[in-house]
Design a protein around this ligand. Sequence first.
Ligand code: KIV
Ligand code: ZN
Length: 517
Amino acid sequence: MTEQVILFDTTLRDGEQALAASLSVNAKLQIATALESLGIDIIEAGFPVSSPGDFDSVQQIARTVKHSRVCALARAVEADIDAAGQALRVADQFRIHTFISTSDIHVQSKLKRSFTDVLTMATGAIKHARRYTDDVEFSCEDAGRTPPDNLCRMVEAAINAGATTVNIPDTVGYTTPSEFGGIITDLFNRVPNIHKAIISVHCHDDLGLSVANSIAALEAGARQVEGTINGLGERAGNAALEEIMMILKTRQDRLGLHCRADASKLYRTSQQVAKLCNTPVQVNKAIVGANAFSHSSGIHQDGVLKSQNTYEIMTPESVGVPRNTLNMTSRSGRHVIKHRLGELGYHDHHYDLDGLYQRFLALADKKGQVFDYDLEALLFIQNQQTEGHYQLRQLHVQAGSNHFATASVELQIGEQIVTEAATGNGPVDSVYRAIERATGQPLNIQSFDIAAKGGGHDALGQVDITAEFNGRVFHGMGLSTDIIEAAAEARLYVHNLIWRQQQIDQQKQQQQGKEAV
Ligand code: KIV
Ligand code: ZN
């Protein structure tokens, strides 16, 4: 019998906080759904007190995800825990993850407190979090550099206060595998109530040891491991969950451990995260890199042709290098779409089949064949494009090499139809000026990227922009067979985010007004 390891994914929190531009709510939902379908046990969806946008995305993920437990981060202060509890309470079951630093260097230089104060704050926070849920995780930040006696005191106190999982992070990626495994062994030997909680580990990759340290901790008795897809995260990143999963699977003979997740979905999840986070996977990355299963030297190729296991310790199929057998065209019926979405991990509650099918037919008429990535894009991006406060009804552009471009746009803004025209120094510029007039919102466009989704002349164009408005930065995406239309949709996506942000701000003000009365 092998023992189960709980997989805790923090791509949307530790991973996201390291990205150049924050993810949109839709992108976060898409990643959370992929993680759920992969079989991740706990999804850390964000840090709700950090911004209204983060609060909103944690809430939407908590509402949507059913088969993984959703978790949110909170410092060991009541306001953070209240924000996490309020964002998560739409879910039947959820976890609050609260943390405070325990190393001397953090306690003295960052918190400017005594260790006893920190102990009191930690236990108070855990008790407060238990008012919202009986699933509370506590992390000793910088545990890897914490004096052993203090770490043992903190873990014992945290469990007594009600923490059901205690996490031991190597926050700065400083320890070596034997040292980190030793820290876990020491806790099991010295903390009297340790068996009342799950011991978790969370390792950073500053010295390239995060996965090795996590495995050493599992060998010493930890039963939850935290990490991210593709190893995204602060600085050099976190332990890559795809590597941990395949170590558990490939070396079950040695470790005697297993996890619930379905490794055959790893490649797809990795690709999705890489695209949405705009962070390509290095080609020689273990498990999911483009070269992870390619053999170059003649001697290796000869060996693999004679017997795969000469140079392969796992097969590409086991991590889901894709083989699509269904051709999706305008002749495909609803059941094909539903079936394919099921294979991709989406269930009835993730989409409205009728609406999606209409959008599928429109795209299939334009493109001929529709691929998996088109279908997923239709599911997520176009939901936003067609359901926002600002919608594109019509777009005309005239451009040529010797002239200014001229654009006219017709937008639906709430109940109103607004038409505007403008000239610009190119087609996108003229469309953006016309939209600025129609919406009355000048944006400072900070980045503009176009990527082809699929190959050939009929590929879909995806436009990604980051834009600043009133001091806040938003990320917008648009998708269309016409890149000018995709650019317009990406800009409208941002206007919709601004609109939703304004709604949230207004609700907050009204709430504060009521509380003041
Ligand atoms: O690295 C770290 O210590 C963290 C904690 C918040 C768990 O990310
Ligand atoms: Zn971390």
